[in-house]
Design a protein around this ligand. Structure first.
Ligand code: BES
Ligand code: ZN
Ligand code: ZN
Length: 501
């Protein structure tokens, strides 16, 4: 992807593309608009439309070989003009990628000269298009001895528009974010035995160097000395030692200005521990470090996009395994802020490691803390594959994350965090316990646990357990890890960086 060329031009003639793609609205497929669109297909589109064989319904796609210099043409339906949105642009990017690939195109031009983007700004359009395009291009094939090769490589994407500056900027932003989301997908998809905490720490160092971030990796002895009893307890059953990774991005001249702290759950494999999970679909638990992956990728994006903000990423990395040395139900751990917790189920381990990281984060005097985690199966039951659960203590922070979610189409849905839920996690023998009431409000209980560790700092919790695993390909989603949260958190940081007017 690095050698892929992105360009913005005012006319197709200025490019060397042999393949052109356009979008057409269902309700603007007549008169002059149809003439213009049809001219790109050598007049063939008009014939199809007149015969009623093509109507421009959402993502209805038709391809033509023409006698023009751009001999391959792809026409993609956009549905109704009034429904146009950045998300349609994102899906359009994915469709354009798929169309160009199946057409064996080398250079693709997508023209927006004929489409009315409505209230989607040009830069947002090209960013979303570029995100969809590069996310759809993702393949996890590093373990395949024979790669799926079709002989022709798509090497260039040009967008044709009269505002090439905005379009160019959006294209690069989109590619930057999508490439990092694809990196996160790679880390998550990699089998757990090849991605223990130590390997993830190496990756953090490598990416830290590339993106100019300051990385510190705390080893097991230091984690213990700092008093992170939760990280130690969860990691005890594995021969892979835990790591606590701190990533710093300084986007403000004043390095001491209050940062935003991002915390990501980094369970490299969640077998459940002594409270062992059933074996069905246990392999997906190699993805239980998706939160940490989102945090690392987001800080890289913040740096690449030069966001004017200071941010710190905290990633507690462990493997949750059953073993003679593993923690046992009934054990009591002491967290970083000295609160004690009774472990009644070793499979509710995410909150136990996050608690230490949040309490550590709260000592950095941050403006806000956001954590992201594949925390509860209950989240998938409540919201399915469509939304990230959001809970927190600051209405202002929650609003910003909600709007970032709508813009990036990593949509969030708020659940309540009323004090009545605190009762669910009261323990007989310690300050709190790590599970609530059977079958009741599992996602909220997880957040209620975390709330004990953020002091009075504005805080939001994102549960991505429902969205981080795709069961099939669809537009820019690819079967396997989604790399959820990268677009959302990057946009949220950008909003938090915006100066108040
Ligand atoms: N990692 C899981 C949550 C999960 C489940 C993520 C499915 C993605 C898909 C988490 O550690 C877990 O096991 N949670 C338990 C908590 C319970 C024991 C209170 C759960 O959700 O069942
Ligand atoms: Zn678990
Ligand atoms: Zn887990």
């Amino acid at each position: 992807m690095d050698e892929f060329e992105l360009i913005a031009k005012k006319s197709v003639e200025e490019t060397q593309c042999e393949c052109i793609a356009i979008g057409v609205f269902e309700d603007a497929l007549s008169g002059n608009a149809l003439e213009v669109a049809s001219s790109m297909t050598g007049g063939r589109l008009k014939k199809l439309v007149e015969r009623g064989e093509y109507r421009g319904k959402e993502f209805e796609t038709v391809t033509f070989y023409t006698d023009l210099k751009q001999e391959k043409a792809i026409v993609i339906g956009l549905g109704k003009e009034k429904n146009f949105s950045a998300e349609i642009a994102r899906k359009l990017g994915a469709m354009a990628w798929r169309g160009a690939k199946s057409f064996k195109a080398k250079k693709l031009a997508f023209s927006i000269l004929n489409i009315n983007l409505g209230n989607v700004p040009k830069e947002s359009f090209s960013q979303a298009f570029s995100e969809g395009f590069f996310l759809a291009a993702y393949r996890f094939d590093k373990y395949k001895t024979k790669k799926q090769e079709d002989g022709v490589e798509l090497k260039q994407l040009a967008i044709i528009s009269d505002s090439i500056e905005e379009i160019g900027k959006g294209l690069v932003r989109g590619k930057t974010i999508a490439a990092l989301q694809n990196n996160a997908r790679d880390w998550i998809n990699t089998p757990a035995s090849d991605m223990p905490p130590s390997k993830f720490a190496e990756i953090a160092k490598e990416f830290g160097k590339k993106y100019n971030l300051k990385i510190t990796v705390f080893e097991k002895e230091e984690i213990e000395r700092m008093g992170m009893g939760g990280v130690i307890a969860v990691g005890k059953g594995s021969i892979q030692p835990p790591k606590f990774i701190v990533v710093k991005y300084q986007g403000l001249k004043d390095g001491s200005a209050a940062p935003i702290v991002l915390v990501g759950k980094g369970v490299c494999f969640d077998s459940g521990g002594i409270s062992l999970k059933p074996s069905e679909a246990m392999e997906t638990m190699k993805g239980d470090m998706a939160g940490a992956c989102a945090v690392l990728a987001t800080l890289c994006a913040a740096s690449a996009l030069k966001l004017e903000i200071n941010a710190v990423g905290l990633m507690p990395m462990v493997e949750n395994m059953p073993d003679g040395n593993a923690q046992k139900p009934g054990d009591i751990v002491t967290h970083f802020n000295k609160k004690t917790s009774e472990i009644l189920n070793t499979d509710a381990e995410g909150r136990v490691i996050l608690a230490d990281a949040l309490a550590y984060g709260a000592t950095l005097n941050p403006k806000a803390i956001i954590d992201i985690a594949t925390l509860t199966g209950a989240c998938r039951i409540a919201l399915g594959n469509e939304a990230i659960a959001l809970l927190g203590t600051s209405a202002e922070l929650i609003e910003k994350i909600k709007s970032a979610g709508n813009e990036t189409f990593e949509r969030v849905w708020e659940l309540p965090l009323w004090k009545e839920y605190d009762e669910y996690i009261k323990s007989d023998v310690a300050d709190i316990k790590n599970i609530g009431r059977k079958g009741q409000a599992g996602t909220i209980t997880g957040a209620a646990y975390l709330k004990h560790f953020v002091s009075d700092i504005p805080w939001a919790h994102l549960d991505i357990a429902g969205v981080d695993w795709n069961d099939s390909d669809a537009f820019y989603k690819i079967k396997g890890a989604e790399g959820a949260g990268v677009r959302l958190l990057t946009r949220a940081l950008e909003k938090l960086a915006e100066k108040k007017k």
